[in-house]
Design a binder for this molecule. Structure first.
Ligand code: FAD
Ligand code: NAD
Length: 472
């Protein structure tokens, strides 16, 4: 069977590449096989099945419960002691996942993408072998091949997963009871998001992070506030510590953690290992296929996701850059367009990042440290949500917006936000930055009042000491 495009992997990188290629008139197939789901067909990859969507569903449910429990009183609303039904919360999450993954199947039929259920292997630059659930092999020819097999969580030898007491992020989205004591290894995105979920639902959460600084990709003035707020939320984050070993008991697990040079033993009902993810290429490349991985296991590609083989591309978590669904999708679109002869590129300087804690943490572009390292002179403006009428009215006024702009040209080079709706506010900054907006441009733009987005307006004005609602 010959196709214009064969995509291996049905996650955000792969399914978007397949839909776009088909929309551009290319005969396209997408091969998908999920070993973690006993090989049962489920499109949507990590993002829809065990990542972005189920985690946000639990983040939203647990936040609603937390709000009713903790902050309604301040609004003068009296509720008798609230409770929650974890099984129903999980059922709701599973229904959302089902709806969205079913949506991808529907989009495949609508766009005439052929879904092939089986494990794909690249044989050479024009040929893929697919092994189905029964072990039957079949070969497919493609003028172009897109690899999009994503990533898997990293395991650490001192605390191996066992699927019960020690789990990765997927297991932590499936707990049937709220753990009394929850240990998390890694205070990165997953550690903070899932730590928030279970802490809101009543777990005593301890997070062990190897780095001395929390979220080193942000400026320290931002992370100081973030650390303080998470402490208030009872997320016990231990920085600069190493988990040396673990001992499993029938119902729980002991972690041996080195904190300040001393070994401490800590008992948990459950432990989540969230120390990053690795590109997933197990059995993907036939020995003679002509493609070799880099030292970290990524498929090497150029700025256009082209591998060293002429018509073989790779996108998403499988290649360099942040492991984010929107980055994977943009690369999927770019590759499809380039195969169809168009000239699209991805702006890797402006990939937004969001951590969906409450308040949210969102950033794009350069930090102060990066600008200093690159020898770029800059000016900065800050606006605290404590001075935002809308944030105060909502009873949600923690954090601030920070804008960094080139000292000479005034072009906005970075935005960092810690606050309510940071993800949505960031997007406005990002659109401006895509069009090379200056902080003055943001300042001259009218923002609806009262909105939390006004904090971006004021932070941009503050860059040139023109803020109205704080002292300059
Ligand atoms: P994947 O989504 O991993 O898809 C790869 C697909 O390929 C899978 O379906 C797999 O079954 C299939 N496959 C693998 N090997 C083969 C083979 N040989 N043959 C056939 N099929 C194969 N990102 C965000 O941007 N925002 C978020 O809020 C967010 N939240 C997350 C929360 C969690 C808990 C996790 C774990 C991740 C989260 N991410 C988030 C990251 C996001 O899920 C990934 O960046 C994204 O899914 C990567 O897309 P991908 O297409 O490269 O790979
Ligand atoms: P991460 O890279 O965000 O964080 C891992 C953390 O673990 C780091 O802070 C690292 O210093 C620490 N660490 C590493 N080894 C350690 C050890 N032995 N002991 C203690 N700490 C250790 O990775 P993650 O949280 O596992 O998430 C994986 C990927 O999934 C990320 O790349 C992220 O982009 C993506 N993701 C994104 C979102 C989102 O966009 N909101 C949400 C979840 C996951």
């Amino acid at each position: 069977m010959e196709y214009d495009v064969i995509v291996i992997g049905g996650g955000p990188g792969g399914y978007v590449a397949a839909i776009k290629a088909s929309q551009l008139g290319l005969k396209t197939a997408c091969i998908e096989f999920d070993e973690d789901n006993q090989g049962k067909q489920r499109l949507g990859g990590t993002c829809l099945n065990v990542g972005c969507i189920p985690s946000k569903s639990l983040l939203d449910s647990s936040y609603k419960y937390h709000q009713i429990s903790e902050s309604f009183d301040e609004h003068g609303i009296k509720v008798s002691k609230p409770n929650y039904d974890l099984a129903k919360m999980m059922e709701r999450k599973n229904e959302i996942v089902k709806k969205l993954t079913g949506g991808v199947s529907h989009l495949f039929s609508h766009n005439k993408v052929e879904a092939i259920h089986g494990k794909g292997k690249l044989l050479n630059q024009n040929e893929v072998e697919v092994t189905d659930l029964k072990g039957k092999k079949k070969k497919y020819q493609g003028k172009n091949i897109v690899l999009a097999t994503g990533s898997r969580p990293i395991n650490i030898p001192s605390v191996p997963w066992n699927g019960t007491t020690v789990v990765g992020s997927a297991g932590a989205l499936e707990f049937t009871e709220t753990p009394k004591n929850l240990g998390i290894i890694g205070a990165g995105v997953i550690g903070l998001e899932l730590g928030s979920v279970w802490s809101r639902l009543g777990s005593e959460v301890s997070i062990f992070e190897a780095e001395k600084n929390l979220l080193p990709m942000l400026d320290t003035d931002m992370t100081r506030t973030i650390e303080r707020e998470f402490k208030n939320q009872n997320l016990n984050i231990h920085l600069g510590c190493f988990v040396k070993g673990s001992k499993k008991y029938r119902k729980g697990i002991n972690l041996e953690v080195e904190i300040d040079g001393k070994i401490e033993k800590k008992y948990f009902d459950k432990v989540i290992v969230a120390v990053g993810r690795r590109p997933f290429t197990d059995n993907l490349l036939d020995e003679g296929c002509g493609l070799t991985l880099d030292e970290k296991g990524f498929v090497p590609v150029d700025d256009y996701c082209q591998t060293n083989l002429d018509n073989v591309y790779a996108v998403g978590d499988l290649v360099r850059g942040p492991m984010l669904a929107h980055k994977a999708m943009e690369e999927g679109v770019m590759v499809a367009e380039r195969i169809a002869g168009k000239k699209m590129e991805v702006n890797y300087d402006l990939v937004p990042s969001v951590i969906y804690t409450h308040p949210e943490i969102a950033w794009v572009g350069k930090t102060e440290k990066q600008l200093r390292d690159e020898g770029i002179d800059f000016k900065k403006g800050n606006f605290p949500f404590a001075a935002s009428g809308r944030a105060l009215a909502a009873g949600d006024a923690v954090g601030s917006v920070k804008v960094l702009a080139d000292k000479e040209t005034d072009q906005v080079l970075g935005v960092q936000i810690f606050g309510n709706s940071a993800s949505e506010i960031l997007q406005q900054g990002l659109i401006g930055m895509e069009f090379s907006a200056s902080s003055e441009d943001f300042g001259l733009t009218m923002f609806s009042h009262p909105t939390v987005s006004e904090a971006l307006h004021e932070a941009a004005l503050a860059v040139n000491k023109q803020a109205i609602h704080i002292g300059n």
